[in-house]
Each structure stands twice: as structure tokens, then as C-alpha cells.
Design a protein around this ligand. Structure first.
Ligand code: GLY
Length: 423
């Protein structure tokens, strides 16, 4: 089979790495890919948002399976476009992608199908939103309706911060049309976990639950990022909790997706907070998480290419889907300044040594130039290790991190620590 993977981050390197392990796969293309992906796939210079260009490429190369990494092409309807031309693609149609593409749609969907989530109000008028946060009691969760590159959710600890957030989103249009509407949501406190599933319209299968670390610095300090490290499985997500996630969240969601008539097969990512009243949904995504993918696919024992191929044909029930009993940890190494501005082009040393130390190093923001492999993004690498226990996985992963150097790099040193302290 010939596979095309769309995207260029750590998630996509992990997808390519896992797909390359399939005996059924002869050739992988990545659009546009990165320096790590280029070791396993042929990278082609087509942007992840160029849906027409990607379709043209898939037709020309007779691609058997296209896998969509990021959310934007899904929201833009790439699955509808490919399906119309009879090309097999893994992902949901544009209507299904609204679960991630519109916070308003997602919250109203959850309400329609009785899925536990925080209380919320939707505003399409700046003055009404301002009045609500002026008179309300903090903290507030304020979400721009549309896609905002992971920056559209603001937790405001005071009324003043909330007013600034509403103005930023609705008046200053910091996220463009994504801020035409806004969701003001109840703040839910508790540990967050990411539960990812593959759903083909009928059957679903769950990956191992994982936990991301969203803040830039140790102790959950600093600004929100795309994710600075992850581990899986998560000890607090025990069998009892996972059963509640299945019956109270996953199954009603899939039932709702069937009833709404969404088409396609893809990933449903449940961002869940474990409250004293049980698990509640913070957000849906319709794609693999980053860096969650680095750990959950390190623990996935099946043939991912075959799973996605069959799921795209509505036959997920016919494939083996099994997760290992090991533990995986991923530490992200980032460029100094991330998630704000940072310098690119620094030479990266020590990648082979990290591998020698037992790690798999997934590239995120890297590229190959005449100097060798250099930095080209905020999150640069995801150093990942698998072991029988979390302590061992973290130990190996951090030894890999110690081997790698580039100017101004930083990483969190406390990934997974809360889970170890609680054990
Ligand atoms: N790591 C968070 C996300 O992928 O959305």
C-alpha cells in the first residue's frame, strides 16, 4: 500500500514511524514532513492546508490511504473532497470536524446527547459577553468559537482578565473570524487526561489514556503550549474510571455522531477533566494529539496502517487492535522563547547518542540544511522511551534529553512526576 501522511510535526513523525512498521506498506509520502520524517518517507512540498494540491498528488501517485495529521484540513473539508473522488482517507468529514472546529457546536452537541461537561453560555455580542464577565465570579473559561492554533482558550483568574480576554477575542479579533462567537464556560478543576479513540461510524477502539503537560515550565507554570511532554498509561485513569469514560462519554458521543450522520473514520480525542463528580469533557479534537501520539503509538501493538485502512472502509471490527502493557514517556525539547517568538536554524547535536541511550526521537520543528539537522519550530523534538514502569521510562527519556543539545533549548524536568508522587 502507498500511504500519504499530511502534516509536519511530532505527531506526524510518530504516525509515519508507526505506519512504516507495517508489512503492508511499500511507500510513504509526507506533505510537507520534517527532517525526521524524511528518514522514513519521501517528503513533498505541499502544505497541509492545500487540500486541492493534496488531492491532485494522491490521484497522481495512486495513494491507497491518506492520513490527516492536523485539524485544519479536516475542518476545511479534505475528507469530503477526497471521498468525492473515491480516494480513501482517514479522518472525519467537515461536519464531524466541527466537534473541534467550533467550540459552540461541540458544547451544544454535548448538551444534546447528555455528555457530562461544564455549564456554558454562548455569546455573539461583545457587550453581552462583557456584562457577563463583569458581574460573574471568577475563574472564567473563555473560548473563541473557531480554530485558533491552540491559543483560543483563556482561563481568566479575575474579572479584569476576563474583560481583557473578551475584548481580545471579540473586538480586537485576535483570532480573526474564530472570535465572532465566544463560549463562557464553567471552570472545572481536577486532573486532565486525554483519551483517544478510533471510530469508523460503527465500531470504536480506545488507545491507552495519556496525560499531557500543557504549561511551558515546571510545576505547571508559565504560558500554555501545544504540550511539553506526556506519559501513558495514566494511573488515575483506572479500570473504574475508564468504564465511566466509555459509558458516560465515549459511547454517547459516538451515538451522537451516528445520529448526526457524520461520515468518515478517524480519531476522536476526548480532553477530559476528572472532577469530584466524575469525568467531564473539556474539549473534543478530531485528530491525534501532540505529544500524546508519541506515547500512545509507542504502546500500540497493532498494525496502524491496516487499522486506518480498514477503519476508512468501515471495517474496524475486523482488525486486531491491541495496546501493550508497557509505559511510555515523551519529553519535548523546545526552542527558547516558545510559545512566544524564538530563533530558528540552530544546529542540533546528539540525536544518535539519544538513540543509543534507548530513546526514539520524534522530530517536530526540524529541517535539514547544509549544516545538518537544524531547529525550525517552537517544539523541536519529542524524546520518547518505553519501559515496564513510568520511573524507568522517564529515566531513559531524560537520559536521551541530556544527550541532545542546541542553542537556547529548554524542556520541562517534571514530566510524569505527579503520577510518581501519587503512587
Ligand atoms: N496536546 C494537546 C493537543 O494535541 O491538542
Amino acid at each position: 500500500m502507498k500511504v500519504l501522511v499530511i502534516g509536519s510535526g511530532g505527531r506526524e513523525h510518530t504516525l509515519v514511524w508507526k505506519i512504516a512498521q507495517s508489512e503492508k506498506v511499500d511507500k510513504i509520502y509526507a506533505a510537507p514532513g520534517n527532517a525526521g520524517i524524511a528518514e522514513l518517507a519521501e517528503c513533498v512540498p505541499i502544505g497541509a492546508d492545500d487540500c486541492e494540491g493534496l488531492l491532485e498528488f494522491a490521484l497522481e501517485k495512486e495513494i491507497d490511504l491518506t492520513v490527516v495529521g492536523p485539524e485544519a484540513p479536516l475542518v476545511d473539508g479534505i475528507v469530503d473532497l477526497f471521498t468525492l473522488k473515491g480516494k480513501r482517507i482517514f479522518g472525519f468529514d467537515a461536519r464531524g470536524a466541527q466537534l473541534e472546529g467550533s467550540k459552540v457546536f461541540a458544547k451544544e452537541f454535548m448538551k444534546r446527547y447528555g455528555i457530562p461537561t461544564g455549564d456554558f453560555t454562548v455569546f455573539d455580542n461583545t457587550d453581552a459577553a462583557l456584562a457577563a464577565v463583569e458581574s460573574g465570579t471568577p475563574p472564567f473559561v473563555i473560548k473563541a468559537d473557531g480554530l485558533a492554533a491552540g491559543k483560543g482558550v483563556i482561563i481568566a483568574k479575575t474579572n479584569r482578565e476576563a474583560i481583557a480576554a473578551v475584548l481580545q477575542i471579540m473586538k480586537e479579533k485576535a483570532f480573526g473570524a474564530a472570535g465572532d462567537r465566544l463560549v463562557l464556560e464553567e471552570f472545572l478543576s481536577g486532573q486532565e487526561i486525554s483519551v483517544l479513540a478510533i471510530f469508523d461510524g460503527e465500531t470504536y477502539r480506545l488507545f491507552v489514556p495519556s496525560q499531557d503537560h500543557k504549561r511551558a515550565h515546571d510545576g505547571d507554570e508559565g504560558p500554555n503550549t501545544g504540550g511539553m511532554g506526556a506519559y501513558a498509561p495514566v494511573p488515575i485513569a483506572d479500570a473504574g474510571l475508564l468504564e465511566r469514560v466509555r459509558t458516560e462519554i465515549a459511547e454517547p458521543t459516538f451515538d451522537g455522531m451516528r445520529r448526526e450522520g457524520f461520515t468518515g473514520a478517524g480519531v476522536v480525542y476526548f480532553g477530559i477533566v476528572i472532577t469530584p463528580d466524575g469525568p467531564k469533557v473539556l474539549e473534543y479534537n478530531v485528530r491525534f494529539g501532540d505529544p500524546e501520539t508519541q506515547v500512545i503509538l509507542s504502546l500500540f501493538d497493532g498494525d496502524l496502517a491496516e487499522v486506518m485502512f480498514q477503519a476508512a472502509d468501515g471495517k474496524l471490527d475486523e482488525v486486531v487492535f491491541s495496546n501493550s502493557q508497557m509505559v511510555a514517556a515523551c519529553i519535548v525539547i523546545a526552542s527558547g522563547g516558545y510559545p512566544g517568538s524564538y530563533t530558528k536554524g540552530y544546529s542540533i547535536e546528539g540525536l544518535d547518542e539519544a538513540k543509543t541511550r534507548g530513546c526514539t526521537v520524534f522530530h517536530a520543528g526540524t529541517k535539514l540544511d547544509e549544516e545538518g539537522i537544524v531547529t525550525s519550530g517552537g517544539r523541536v523534538l519529542g524524546v520518547t522511551a518505553t519501559a515496564p514502569s513510568l520511573e524507568e521510562a522517564l529515566d531513559v527519556a531524560y537520559r536521551g534529553v541530556d544527550a541532545i543539545t542546541f542553542t537556547d533549548s529548554f524542556n520541562r524536568t517534571d514530566i510524569g512526576r505527579k503520577a510518581i508522587e501519587k503512587a
